[in-house]
Design a protein around this ligand. Structure first.
Ligand code: PMP
Length: 431
């Protein structure tokens, strides 16, 4: 990125828009799993724009579908008219959802999807009380900030929802960390019940969860946790909402939706990011009773526009036709095995976790505390070696690996090698 563009960025955009890297990159083109910056450097993208380019770059089928729509001359009309590709995509998602009487509503982003889901649930239950997980992230608009249990992303405390946070999402630094899976689930269930009984009036609108916490550092709870939660929620008639913005579309390898690992069908799921492979699209799929409980028309002008829905349908076709979920399972296994082997040799690595192509590597100080410095250092070292990765977690000390789902074995091997070198260097430097 040229200095002048960085200076212009800083002068005109808000101070709080953070950029990765000491010298931020300006990506100008992409192909497959690689991107090229304005200076001609090419990188293997293991963050894929935080799961936005979930499939990869320059996928002809998706670009062609978008181009065909653009060529009609209609970028958008109005949601007051029929939009064929919106209906078709909704039918596809309804069919894939596994929900009872599913209805689909499209938005432009994950934040809007969660805002919609919160509105539906609060209206349905006539309550503004919501349960969320500690360490969660659901967006940064007025309502979603409230259910985001991560101080670093909570720009305001004035959210209209009254939220109670429960344990469960982030096991590594939880008081129940040393328990068995079953013991951990039992302790979290007890916490949930106690929170419902003591901090709410019982008439909770919903509980919202991420099956794997994304921004929270790919924190991965044991399978079955949310099924156990759902049993308690069911006693109070509280609907469960699964935020699939990062875990949807087969990313976790084992299941098409992340919540699939928990043996429960939620009342609603929200989605975005990966569906459009870079196009602005999000949405909610919910049981008809929940979805139809409000009287509003559309929530925004552009939700479900013909360009985004045409591109997203092509992306969904591509994902299913090429069994990218299967590829995520296979290559995720390769990456997890490789990283776990590295963890045995490196005190710097406190935890390797995740599923499919959503893998977190938590870096720690010698005393076990979070090492944000090491994470920042590894990111810089990896970039210098042509690998882009992400970071996250409450303390900014978790490396996040989320490559496009078309990843190949050779690319996975190359990333493992680069990471091994960078982690070794970062560990040596702190001696
Ligand atoms: N939910 C989750 C789980 C997310 O990771 C994100 C984005 N990081 C959002 C919601 C918000 O999505 P968007 O940025 O598209 O508004």
């Amino acid at each position: 990125m040229s200095d002048s563009l960085l200076a212009r960025h800083r002068a005109v955009l808000p101070d709080w828009l953070a950029l990765y890297y000491e010298e931020p990159v300006e990506i100008v083109s992409g192909s497959g799993r690689h991107v090229t910056d304005a200076e001609g450097n090419t990188y293997l993208d293991f963050f894929a724009g935080i799961l936005t380019n979930a499939i990869g770059y320059d996928i002809a089928e998706i670009s062609d579908a978008v181009r065909r729509q653009v060529d009609t001359g209609v970028l958008h009309t109005s949601t007051l008219y029929l939009i064929r590709q919106q209906v078709e995509l909704a039918e596809r998602i309804a069919g894939l959802s596994g929900l009872r009487e599913p209805r689909v509503f499209f938005t432009n982003s994950g934040t809007e999807a969660n805002e919609t889901a919160l509105m539906l649930a609060t209206q349905h239950r006539r309550s503004n009380q919501v349960l969320a997980l500690r360490n969660s992230y659901h967006g940064r608009a007025f309502g979603t900030i409230g259910v985001t249990g991560n101080r670093g992303w909570s720009a305001t405390s004035l959210s209209p929802v009254k939220v109670s946070y429960v344990h469960g999402g982030y096991r590594y630094r939880s008081p129940f960390r040393d328990l068995s899976d079953a013991g951990y689930i039992a302790a979290c269930v007890e916490d949930l019940r106690e929170v419902i009984e003591t901090t709410t009036a019982g008439d909770v609108a919903c509980m919202i969860v991420e099956p794997i916490q994304g921004v929270g550092g790919f924190a991965t709870p044991p399978d079955g946790l949310f099924g156990a939660f759902a049993e308690v929620l069911g006693e109070y008639g509280i609907p469960l909402i699964s935020d699939e913005v990062q875990t949807g579309w087969g990313r976790t390898g084992e299941h098409f939706w992340g919540i699939g690992a928990h043996g429960v069908t939620p009342a609603a799921m929200t989605f975005a990011k990966g569906l459009g492979n870079g196009l602005a699209i999000g949405g909610v799929v919910a049981e008809a009773e929940l979805m139809n409980g409000i009287g509003a028309n559309s929530i925004s002008t552009f939700g479900g526009n013909p360009v985004s829905t045409a591109g997203a349908t092509a992306a969904l076709d591509y994902l299913l036709d090429h069994d990218l979920q299967g590829n995520a399972a296979k290559l995720g296994g390769q990456l997890l095995r490789g990283l776990r082997a590295q963890a045995e040799e490196r005190a710097l690595i406190g935890d390797v976790r995740g599923k499919g192509l959503m893998i977190g590597v938590e870096l720690v100080e010698p005393d076990g505390g979070p090492s944000a410095l090491a994470a920042a250092r590894v990111m810089e070292l990896a970039k210098a070696r042509g690998l882009l990765i992400g970071k996250g977690g409450l303390h900014g000390n978790v490396l996040r690996l989320a490559p496009p789902m078309t990843l190949t074995e050779d690319e996975a091997e190359r990333a493992l090698q680069v990471l091994a070198d960078c982690l070794e260097l970062a560990e040596q430097e702190r001696r």
